[in-house]
Write a protein that binds this ligand. Structure first.
Ligand SMILES: [Mn+2]
Length: 242
């Protein structure tokens, strides 16, 4: 009898610990033992289906991934860039995109940027605990790209990159600015893209996407000291945040 009472109490204690940990708390057993050691944070994942008369795009994103990707677009070089973005940002991305290429590539490339921005916005939620800003300077042989982002709610793009040829592979390079504009607008982010030098258009664009990936990884990463903080003196991040 005594032992069954003891076991019942232990089961109760375990149940309480589980409940506390499931709602994101920690349980301390004194100065040396804490369980769980870190709070269980919510999964930063999203699924976006964006269908218009011009394009049809689906994205599954896990911000806290390992860089696994399965990306299908009808433009080979765009697929290569999005795969590079997933790989170097350690984002898991499953994406398929189709569109009215018989018109030109504009709708598809811009809408890929829009849908990717929406996917990050949805996955980040209230943005509690994130660094919010991130930057990277990425060299690729003779090319150098600089990307800075601030996921502060205010959409703004600065884009300064020139390319020798209108097309890199099959991708219309004129549309890169539209891709980043769509991303910045729909995430609610300030995005800066600079390409100070480079020769090969392939290297230049790939350096931009790698810098973009690393800058986004940094901006989305969390600081354990700020896990309950929304990173704004306003207490919320919206379209007018300064
Ligand atoms: Mn390449």
């Amino acid at each position: 009898m005594a032992s069954s009472i003891r076991w019942a109490k232990i089961e109760d204690i375990i149940r309480v610990i589980r409940t506390i940990s499931e709602i994101g708390g920690t349980v301390s057993f004194g100065p040396f033992i804490r369980w769980p050691k870190t709070k269980i944070s919510k999964m930063r994942k999203s699924i976006i289906h964006r269908t218009t008369t011009e394009t049809d795009i689906t994205i599954e994103l896990n911000i806290d991934g390992t860089g696994k990707y399965r990306i299908q677009t009808p433009i080979g070089f765009l697929t290569h860039m999005l795969e590079s973005f997933a790989k170097h940002g350690l984002f898991d991305i499953t994406m398929s995109a189709a569109g009215d290429l018989h018109v030109d590539q504009h709708h598809l490339v811009e809408d890929c940027g829009i849908a990717l921005g929406q996917a990050f916005k949805q996955a980040l939620g209230d943005k509690k605990g994130i660094n919010r800003a991130g930057y990277f300077v990425y060299p690729m042989d003779e090319a150098l790209a600089v990307v800075a982002v601030d996921i502060g709610g205010r959409p703004y793009l600065q884009f300064e990159a020139e390319f020798k040829r209108r097309f890199c592979g099959e991708l219309d390079t004129d549309l890169l600015e539209d891709f980043f504009q769509g991303f910045a607008t729909h995430l609610g982010a300030n995005v800066v893209v600079r390409m100070p030098y480079g020769r090969s258009d392939h290297h230049k664009i790939e350096a931009i996407f790698k810098a973009f990936a690393k800058a986004m990884k940094m901006a989305c990463s969390t600081d354990p000291r700020a896990i309950e903080n929304i990173p704004s003196t306003k207490g919320s991040i919206d379209d007018s945040d300064h």
